[in-house]
Design a protein around this ligand. Structure first.
Ligand SMILES: [Zn+2]
Length: 155
């Protein structure tokens, strides 16, 4: 803004000092936080009032919390089910190629190389000192002689 001054018939244009600007530079005003998108999944943008605010409001926070947790649970459960199904498939593949036998012996490392994950089983029992591990359609024992061997049986 310009002020017009008339003084001794001369006209001066004076650029005033903007006090609001100089005040602002003296007192640090917190900069507003950048807009973010609510993490509940609603995709609404909002301006957070705190740095750790990730949801639009309490309702969105509750929704995000509940659904986030449930989603994680389902995700890990289906991952486990996929591994168990794969394990059953591996046992089936090896068992099915020896039709006449009720006991199929395979090297531990061969099954492992086929994608079998020995940490995942649907159950376990003990019989005459042997541990029987279960998949959906089969069960197996592990002989701890080297190289390790696995005996597969149909349930
Ligand atoms: Zn939301």
């Amino acid at each position: 803004m310009l002020y017009l001054c008339v003084n001794n018939n001369k006209v001066f244009f004076i650029m005033p000092v903007d006090e609001t600007i100089s005040n602002e530079s003296l007192v640090p005003v917190p900069r507003p936080l950048a807009d973010r998108v609510c993490e509940c999944g609603c995709k609404n943008p909002f301006q957070p009032t705190r740095k750790d605010q990730i949801y639009l409001n309490t309702q969105h926070a509750n929704y995000g919390y509940n659904h986030g947790k449930r989603k994680e649970k389902n995700k890990s459960r289906s991952k486990e089910e996929a591994i168990l199904a794969k394990n059953d498939e591996v046992l089936h593949k090896h068992y099915a190629c020896e039709r006449s036998s009720t006991e199929v012996v395979r090297y531990y490392d061969v099954l492992k190389a086929d994608g079998f994950k020995f940490a995942y089983n649907i159950g376990r029992t003990e019989k005459n000192g042997d541990v029987l591990w279960y998949s959906y359609r089969y069960y197996y024992t592990i002989d701890n002689i080297e190289p390790k061997q696995v005996k597969i049986y149909k349930r």
